[in-house]
Design a binder for this molecule. Structure first.
Ligand code: SAM
Length: 198
């Protein structure tokens, strides 16, 4: 975890492993998966139990086998420190929950969609600039090249978990020790420029 501490210190963020609801931003009651425009899949009871177990283990200091590594081109990146099996929950994407409309001119490069609502005033985003975990250091694939797309080893999925929208990063194949983790920043929306990504 020392390397995650370095990355958090460099970005002036505090460690947090849960979505946070800060006064003046979106309240927890705004995080209603029913607002999602095409509906949101419900996480099964079994997978909810696995997610809760992952979070409890992290609170006890039992962390997933991940390392944050600095790369001169990609910035902070995350690598597997052990074989990770297909379908493993890697991490939840966390940070402060806010309304998309309040963040439209925010130049942060780590804002994640939480709810894409039919009524745009109800759309929510996760902003990991002040409070976050390892998720915001995981890099993205270049959507414009075949080599870029081949690097993808995680999928980013949004679920209704006990009535709250949550974003999970899950392995979409076995990942070898030393492999860097990548997912598609444009899996839901196609707005993140990645043509300059390696
Ligand atoms: C969510 S952050 C990921 C963590 C970031 N590398 C850092 O140092 O904080 C997204 C930013 O990381 C960089 N990045 C992500 N994937 C990349 C890639 N495949 N190649 C180069 N840079 C990448 C870009 O600067 C992007 O705007």
């Amino acid at each position: 975890m020392a390397s995650l501490a370095t990355a958090l210190t460099a970005t002036r963020a505090q460690f947090s492993n849960d979505l946070t609801y800060i006064s003046g931003m979106a309240p927890k009651s705004a995080n209603n998966p029913a607002h999602e425009k095409d509906g949101m899949q419900v996480l099964s009871r079994e997978d909810t139990e696995s997610l809760n177990l992952c979070k409890t283990m992290m609170k006890r200091g039992e962390c997933p086998p991940l390392m944050v590594v600095f790369d001169p081109v990609e910035g902070f990146t995350v690598e597997a420190d052990k074989l990770i099996k297909d379908l493993t929950i890697i991490t939840e994407y966390v940070g402060d929950v806010d309304y998309l409309q309040r963040r439209e001119n925010d130049d942060g490069d780590s804002i994640m969609t939480l709810i894409s609502a039919a009524n745009p005033s109800k759309s929510l985003v996760i902003c990991p600039d002040k409070r976050s975990n390892i998720a915001r250091f995981i890099n993205g694939i270049n959507n414009h090249t075949q080599e870029g797309r081949k690097k993808q080893n995680l999928k980013c999925v949004r679920y209704n978990v006990d009535g709250e929208a949550r974003v999970l990063l899950v392995a979409n194949r076995d990942i070898s020790k030393g492999e860097r983790l990548y997912y598609d920043y444009n899996a839901y929306e196609h707005e993140y420029p990645t043509e300059h990504f390696v």
